[in-house]
Design a protein around this ligand. Sequence first.
Ligand code: AKG
Length: 286
Amino acid sequence: MTLATLTSNGASIPFTPHYFAELKSTDPTVDAASLRARYNADGYVMLRDAIPVHVVLDLREAYLSRFPAELCKDGDTRRGAFTGQVPADLPRHGFPGHPAHDFVRSGVFQDFANLPVFKALAETFFDAPATRIKRTPLRHFLPGRQVASRPHMDRTYIEGVAADVVTIWVPLGDSPLISGGLLYLEGSHQDPDLESNVRDAAPTDRSDKRPLSHDLKWVADRTGRRWLSADYRAGDVVIHTPTIVHASTDPGDTDHMRISTDIRFLRAGSATDPRWTSDWSADDGY
Ligand SMILES: O=C(O)CCC(=O)C(=O)O
């Protein structure tokens, strides 16, 4: 797959200005009210260099070091280039026994998720105290696989009104579009009819009805909206509302493994979704 012919879970979408536009980044030094205004208008705020690069790469290295050596080229777990060899006998990603399952329970991962910068960001967007939600998924996409995040809204998966839940998407390493970096459907958080317009009509490759579809082109055509993309770098974060549709493309012609986590916060004192009070396990069904 090249940039001219992107795919997502195998379904193709032309990489043209009709379907794609650039995700805006926001100057992190602007005042809190301007950040909130941007978040409300766009449904997301991307901040470049929000976390020191070495902190992100330390986490990438700590995670990939839990795999057998054949996963990373030259055994370099900090860079994390894929050799093309998946170690034998690994459980499915994030299932008990898989490195991602153990890693999200480790002190090093918990310390990362508890970095004050994330809580401070959530509190900026709530304009109120925030509590971190325990369940914190870790995503890991391998080049050569037609596996990507399907278009969805976080609110389908977690109870809570938009004003009370915020997601901070954190790429753990550079995540250019060709490696399957996250895409946002422009303005979708402000479209009250989007879900009814798309659900049931959309093609789907799964019996799980929570994602809207697996077909990014169909969703763009149906809604008349473009996918917003960026070449994320280690240290960048995107804060997004639970009502914006997001997805990713399959990793393309690259050896780079796209790894990321979603750190979520609740407005302190608002109702907790009981499914999200334990550590993430990919088989938890949530
Ligand atoms: O990293 C990704 O592909 C996004 C995952 C996601 O959107 C989610 O966990 O809700």
